[in-house]
Design a protein around this ligand. Structure first.
Ligand code: CO
Ligand code: ZN
Length: 334
């Protein structure tokens, strides 16, 4: 699975411009689904199985887009001003390198060239692509860029600028590969525009009209020196989300996920995330409402150019997802 993860994280796919990632996913799921569609927002929707006695229509979602920057202004000297496309933290900007969709690369500088220990605000930063003036600048207003940082395979730990959420994408692809027979009708949604407000999942959920929804996405951890308290640790298994700032998981879904993990002997952690949300939020409030849950992959340094996950957590996420979807789904009251 590592090769799939590497190719996915190295692709360029800022929100709204997910074509490169979508093409990679399309190639890697060839022959695995019964039906594959791309909707108007660019979501890739792959169906596996047809509803059988006692089965459910289930939507699974992992987003293809990554956070990035958008050019807002090019000055007379060819310096590019920008704003965020998704949740970019100013603290990671200075000294970072970016790549525009047209392949042009540049570095980020700040107005004060004397900064040592404070992070400059985003509107005090600019991108320098080596242009000498406005006319010679190969970037126009509206062009999108993502962060550039080489992918690192540290053995058990993997590092990249886009593990959020290409690792979720890889897990869905692998689960689709491993799933044999299922009484359920499964819709694997590789969604768009999550980082700008889970927008792709809104239209996909409306179209699929699921009876149950599960998002696969990364979550923060509480396992680095003196960080905020949080009961999630890299390497201790995928998490079953209980709550984040945009959604309360359906308690019946939480119970089903926990019971399934325990029965199959798959390690898992319980997650309460204080800030952030996922595609599950959009699925939950679509149409007349849908019970949802989330399987999260613990990730250090989320939304930095060097996000880190544990490979065994990835493998166990696939195991849990396959165990959940292979059988008849019974949601019991707590
Ligand atoms: Co994110
Ligand atoms: Zn995400």
């Amino acid at each position: 699975m590592k090769e799939l993860i590497r190719s996915l994280v190295e692709a360029t796919g800022p929100s709204g411009y997910e074509t490169q990632v979508r093409e990679l996913v399309q190639t890697s799921i060839t022959g695995l689904a019964d039906e594959v569609k791309v909707d108007a927002l660019g979501n890739l929707i792959a169906r596996k199985g047809k509803l059988k006695e006692g089965g459910k229509r289930v939507m699974l979602s992992a987003h293809m887009d990554e956070i990035g920057l958008i050019a807002t202004f090019v000055d007379d000297n060819g310096f590019i001003r920008f704003t965020a496309n998704g949740g970019v933290f100013p603290v990671y900007l200075l000294g970072s390198r970016v790549r525009f969709l047209n392949g042009v690369e540049g570095v980020i500088g700040a107005e004060s060239n004397n900064l040592r220990d404070q992070a400059p605000a985003m509107d005090k930063c600019f991108i320098d692509v080596g242009a000498k003036d406005r006319l010679g600048c190969p970037v126009s207003v509206g062009d999108m860029a993502v962060f550039v940082r080489p992918y690192l395979d540290l053995g058990d730990r993997l590092v990249s600028k886009a593990l959020d959420d290409r690792v979720g994408v890889a897990i869905l692809v692998e689960a689709l590969k491993q799933l044999q027979d299922t009484p359920n009708e499964l819709y694997f949604v590789f969604s768009t525009q999550e980082e700008v407000g889970t927008r792709g999942a809104i239209t996909a959920a409306y179209a699929v009209d699921p009876e149950l929804g599960i998002a696969l996405d990364v979550t923060k951890t509480g396992d680095t020196p003196k960080c905020d308290k949080m009961e999630v640790t890299l390497g201790k298994g995928p998490t079953v989300k209980v709550r984040d700032s945009g959604m309360l998981s359906d308690p019946r879904v939480v119970r089903w996920m926990r019971k399934t993990a325990e029965k199959a002997g798959i390690p898992y952690q319980l997650e309460v995330l204080e800030a952030g949300s996922t595609d599950a939020r959009s699925i939950q409030v679509t149409r007349a409402g849908v019970p949802v849950g989330v399987i999260s992959i613990p990730c250090r340094y989320v939304h930095s150019p060097s996000e880190m996950v544990d490979y065994q957590d990835v493998v166990n996420s696939v195991k849990l997802l396959v165990a959940l979807l292979s059988e008849r789904i019974v949601l019991e009251q707590q």
